[in-house]
Ligand binder design. Structure first.
Ligand SMILES: [Zn+2]
Length: 373
């Protein structure tokens, strides 16, 4: 099975011999579609009038899935050029990143993912952001040098990075980018590094013993950078400062907001006893029940109900919008909740001491008294 993209990555269209192996599944000779392999997604395109929707390796064969069946014969196979150039750009950039990371920092590549919106490389050791930036800068130097991406076969001492499935076990295809990288790989690449245009590394995160870096190449890298620049620009505008001042201003705003939240919390704590005391009191089974329908923060509803049960030495029912909390010392809080739920509907429940939930609608104090009678 001859994979033309190994030696001729710029062949986007050619005549192939098609063999149907199942309904809408064919093999071709030669092969110009790259299968989903080694972290690089499958090529898409067409064979004659049929669209190629997936290409995968099944039992050592490169199998093309079509959207309509084809009978055996010779047809023109056409790649979706834009899609191939995208995946090949990201994949070639990954070789450069992995090569530099290994040569310069002794990092082994343990995983690669070429996605349609984001690409990642996993390294076996921890590195910091500064190191990532050096790798990014040196990767860009390799792009500028416009080095040929070569294919050689069966070289000794070659690194096998991708967990690709072997097809021709007697042939090891090796990809070489000058002195920067030399590794066994089955993928589709660009002809030379200059075609990548730009490599950007956007983020790093910890992963087990090592790290995962997020990168993009070519137009996709430019688009992502533009999006981030626009966000930065908007932030500068609304904060009225320069980019370098943003961090300080953001931290200050965050701290102010925490202070304000604390202050609001303190004020509510001061007001809560008065709100509890001003509740309407009803009597059910000779137990005093304080009823308060009031607009308060959700997280204080239960606290207020508890406070009312203590003050009236009975029970407290608090409704804030559709949130409800019941606290009771003697009669069953859950029974009270069910009674209200039967009348108004809603979700929730609890124990004889406390119940809470959400009603289907808000209620008035008079309505609650009527329900409880
Ligand atoms: Zn490769």
């Amino acid at each position: 099975m001859k994979r033309l993209y190994w030696m001729n990555p710029e062949l986007f269209e050619t005549k192939v011999e098609v063999k149907a192996i199942a309904d809408c599944k064919v093999t071709t000779d030669p092969v110009i579609f790259h299968p989903d392999e080694g972290g690089q997604p499958a090529d898409i395109g067409s064979i004659d009038q049929a669209n190629v929707t997936n290409v995968e390796i099944i039992k050592s064969q490169i199998v093309h899935t079509l959207d309509k069946p084809l009978v055996n014969g010779k047809y023109i196979a056409r790649l979706n050029k834009q899609h191939r150039l995208y995946t090949a750009s990201q994949h070639t950039a990954q070789h450069i990143i992995s090569g530099i990371a290994e040569k310069r920092f002794g990092l082994g590549t343990t995983g690669v993912h070429i996605g349609l919106d984001r690409c990642t490389v996993d390294f076996d050791k921890k590195i910091d952001w500064q190191t990532v930036q050096i790798i990014e800068q040196q990767s860009m130097e390799v792009v500028t040098l416009n080095i040929s991406v070569e294919t050689v076969f069966n070289e000794k001492d070659v690194r096998i990075r991708s967990n690709s499935k072997e097809i021709e076990s007697d042939t090891i295809r090796v990809v070489k980018i000058g002195d920067y990288d030399k590794s066994a790989c089955c993928g589709a690449h660009l002809k030379s590094t200059g075609q990548i245009g730009i490599i950007r590394i956007f983020d790093i995160e910890s992963k087990k013993q090592g790290v995962r870096i997020f990168f993009l190449a070519g137009t996709k890298a430019l688009e992502h950078s533009q999006t981030e620049t626009s966000i930065l620009r908007e932030l500068r505008k609304s904060a009225g400062c320069s980019s370098s001042e943003l961090n300080t201003i953001f931290e200050k705003a965050l701290s102010n907001s925490k202070e304000s939240a604390k202050e609001i919390q303190r004020l509510w704590s001061q007001m809560l006893p008065d709100i509890a005391k001003s509740a309407i009191v009803a009597e059910v089974e000779s137990t005093k029940i304080g009823i308060q329908v009031v607009d308060i923060p959700r997280q204080l509803v239960t606290k207020l109900a508890g406070m009312m049960a203590e003050i009236f030495d009975g029970a407290g029912i608090v409704v804030s919008n559709t949130n409800i909390a019941i606290s009771s010392k003697y009669i069953n809080a859950n029974d009270l909740f069910r009674k209200i739920q039967n009348a108004v509907e809603g979700k929730g429940g609890g124990s004889p001491k406390a119940a809470n939930g959400k009603l289907s609608r808000t209620v008035t104090t008079d309505e609650l008294i009527e329900i409880l009678k």
